[in-house]
Design a protein around this ligand. Structure first.
Ligand SMILES: [Fe+2]
Ligand SMILES: [Fe+2]
Length: 251
C-alpha cells in the first residue's frame, strides 16, 4: 500500500502499526532496494531512449540516484536484518523485481511513451517522497535510518522538480499533459488496488487455512490417533495376554 492508494493520514496510521512488527523495517528496506533497482534500470532505459541531450542528462542523474538508493536500502536492510531471515531472503531473491511486477521485459518508457512516462515519474516520485517522510518519522529513534531517508528525500525533490518542469515544457508545446496525468493516476490507483487486493487475499487465505488446520484437521487427527491406541470390539488373545505372560506369572 502506498499514499497513491490511501489518504496520507490513513497510510501513516497503518504504517505505524506495520512498522512496529518485528523484522518489518529490515524486510521493508530489502523490498525497497529491489524497487529502487527497478526504477534505476527504467531510468537507464529512458536515458538511452531520450533524444534531447539535457533531458538525457537528467534521466541519467536520476538513474544513478535510484541505483544509489537501492544500495543504501540494501546495506541498511542487512544491518537491521540481524536474525530476521525474511529480510535476508528478500535481499537474495533475484526474481523479486519480475515476480512483484516492478519491471517487465519492456522498459516503462517504451510502454508509455515520453509524456506518460514523465507523468508516471512525477506521480510516483511525489508518492515516494510522502511515503519516505512517514517512514523517517516512524524511525526517529534510529538516527542512521533517519539520515538515510533524509538523503533520499533530497534526491527525490530533484526528481519531482525536473519531471514537473518537463511536463510543463510539454504542456506549453501543446501535449495533453493534464489528461495524461489523470489517466496515469487512475491506472496507478487501479493497479495499486489490484496489488493490495491480491496480497490481502493471500493473507486471508493463509489465516483461514491456519484456522481450518488447528480447528478441524488437527483435533480430528488427534482423535483418530487416540482411537488407534484404544481399539474397540473383539481383540485377538495375544493383544490382551501376550504369549508366555501366564507362565511368567508367580503363583
Ligand atoms: Fe529513489
Ligand atoms: Fe526517485
Amino acid at each position: 500500500m502506498t499514499p497513491l492508494l490511501l489518504p496520507l493520514p490513513l497510510f501513516r496510521l497503518i504504517s505505524r502499526v506495520i512498522w512496529r512488527l518485528p523484522g518489518t523495517p529490515a524486510r521493508k528496506m530489502a523490498e525497497f532496494s529491489h524497487v529502487e533497482s527497478g526504477s534505476g534500470l527504467d531510468m537507464l532505459a529512458a536515458t538511452e531512449a531520450a533524444t534531447d541531450p539535457l533531458l538525457r542528462r537528467k534521466y541519467f542523474r536520476h538513474a544513478l540516484d535510484e541505483l544509489k538508493h537501492a544500495r543504501m536500502f540494501r546495506e541498511r536492510a542487512r544491518i537491521l536484518a540481524d536474525s530476521h531471515g525474511r529480510a535476508h531472503a528478500v535481499l537474495e531473491d533475484t526474481g523479486f523485481i519480475g515476480d512483484h511486477g516492478i519491471r517487465s521485459d519492456r522498459s516503462l518508457v517504451e510502454q508509455l511513451g515520453e509524456t506518460e512516462f514523465l507523468a508516471f515519474v512525477w506521480l510516483h516520485e511525489l508518492a515516494g517522497a510522502a511515503q519516505f517522510e512517514v517512514y523517517a518519522e516512524l524511525l526517529r529513534q534510529d538516527p542512521d535510518s533517519t539520515r538515510m531517508f533524509e538523503e533520499i528525500a533530497r534526491d527525490e525533490r530533484f526528481h519531482i522538480a525536473y519531471s514537473r518542469a518537463e511536463l510543463d515544457r510539454l504542456a506549453k508545446a501543446g501535449a495533453p499533459v493534464r489528461r495524461v496525468v489523470w489517466t496515469t493516476r487512475g491506472r496507478d490507483l487501479w493497479q495499486s488496488w489490484g496489488r493490495f487486493a491480491a496480497s490481502f487475499g493471500d493473507r486471508m487465505a493463509a489465516i483461514w487455512l491456519t484456522l481450518l488446520y488447528f480447528g478441524l484437521v488437527a483435533p480430528f487427527a488427534m482423535i483418530a490417533r487416540s482411537r488407534e491406541r484404544l481399539p474397540g470390539g473383539l481383540l485377538p488373545a495375544e493383544a490382551i495376554d501376550p504369549p508366555g505372560a501366564y507362565a511368567r506369572r508367580p503363583g
